[in-house]
Design a protein around this ligand. Sequence first.
Ligand SMILES: [Zn+2]
Ligand SMILES: [Zn+2]
Length: 195
Amino acid sequence: MECINCQYSYRLYKLLPCAHGFCFKCISTMKICSICKAQIKGFEYGTNNYQREYNENNIVTINTKTNYTFVVFNSGDRFEGHTSRDNIHGYGKYWFKDEGIYKGYFENGNINGFGVMKYINKNIYSGNWKNNVFHGFGVMLYANGDKYLGGWKNNLFHGLGTYYYIDGRKPDKRIFSNGYYSKYLHFNLEGHCLC
Ligand SMILES: [Zn+2]
Ligand SMILES: [Zn+2]
């Protein structure tokens, strides 16, 4: 069976209420059936049942068995993962149209906890987040081959950290304060507090 829209898929999901069949990829961005123009209220595949909601022009699809949720935002961003009370919450994957792909934890709609962001510019951050910014311990692999490993606060180097250069220069191991080298050393280089 081929999807009438894209001619690729063999797995056709049956639309509710009209029962026309399309592949998951096509359905995920469709609001009305392209054959009969009925608004899509959900769809089925085997014993899986998906419920569809349209919320401020975002397309929200929920697998009613697993509660796994797929969202296509009006902005072009996409999300799939866990939600709670209309917010992204728990583990998920988020495609930021202009930035990159995030895989990790969310709390009430914000990135919080551990997660990995692969940026379009090829930088990769793996570490802790607080309200959508790097916060806590994290590693940044820069597209040019440099690497930073250490503390972060508000997206800036903060606390003990080491910057490794790809060109063979000696690594910079420092105490950073909001992105800058701190004159006030409260920790030695092993991270033990000197106070
Ligand atoms: Zn298709
Ligand atoms: Zn239809």
